[in-house]
Design a protein around this ligand. Sequence first.
Ligand code: FES
Length: 241
Amino acid sequence: MNRRGFLKVMGAATVVAVSPSSITQTLYADDGTLYKTYEKVKLVDDSGNPIKASKLKKEKNYIFMYPYMGTPCLLVDIGEPTNKNVKLKSEDGVEYIFSGGAGKNNSIVAVSAICQHQLTHPKPSDSFLNYVAKSKKTMAQKKSGVFVCSSHLSAYDPKDGAKVTAGPATQALANIVLEVDSNDEIWAVGVLGADKFHDYFKSFKPEFKLIYGNWRKAKKIVKVNTPTIALSEYTKDIIIY
Ligand code: FES
């Protein structure tokens, strides 16, 4: 599916509107985690067929929209198990726990691709926020195998719940909590950690209008399934410094 097809499918996806107040609502689970459930949606390809967890190419960036039609997420099989039960803390001091990656090897992660520093995110024109494979170089830090925002070189380690390891960002990227079922199909079920959705929706109205024709579409909740494609098919220019 090309970029135009992806946006068209997203436009046709089953959605429900949510009240703006729910965007800032954050649920704190009893065990102290910073976690909010949204619709449980299946990751599918351009034909509507489920994406199979075991077929993901290692260390390749995929993109899907969740939990809103205009909030991009990056999906990566990092090729090795993540750490488990990693303790993280949001900017405002709330502690939460990243329990680990999904899939047989606990190596599949997804993050809300909105930089915690100044909201850089993948767009059809370019993407400054990407996973940088271990074999590639980044100016953000010596070790690759991290998400890097090349706007100001923040790095986030997917093995540790997208914790900040370099740059000006002050809290981890929000994680998209995934489930892989017995059919090897991938589901997004919620968001873990502090998200930037409220600021993001406030900041990019003209961009949403350009991409979706109507900026309110960007704020609609994704339901049932979410098309998932290679980031290189979505964006013209993947930028890594
Ligand atoms: S916006 Fe991402 S590091 Fe500044």
